[in-house]
Design a protein. Structure first.
Length: 90
């Protein structure tokens, strides 16, 4: 059986979660702005926004309006497996 394709936003969320897990983005650190992330990861702004939503669902980041998105947690054993969105796409 072949592996299911992974959505770009899940790949991006996994990459950011990995940076959080290894301490590259420690608790309290600000994520780059959305536009900076589009350049850094070479993805669309929609992909960045969906990845941030995914990270919020995983409990890894919080977004403060007009302030930015900050790391608030680290990946845990009860978090969804890497590459698995927390909710199916509609």
């Amino acid at each position: 059986m072949s592996e299911l394709p992974r959505y770009e936003y899940v790949k991006l969320a996994d990459a950011i979660a990995a940076d959080i897990a290894v301490g590259k983005l420690p608790q309290g650190a600000a994520l780059p702005g959305e536009r900076a992330m589009t350049d850094l990861y070479r993805v669309s702004i929609g992909t960045v926004r969906r990845a941030i939503v995914e990270l919020r669902k995983r409990g890894l980041v919080a977004t403060l309006p007009a302030k930015g998105t900050y790391v608030i947690g680290t990946p845990s054993d009860d978090a969804p497996e890497e590459g698995q969105a927390t909710e199916p796409d509609a």
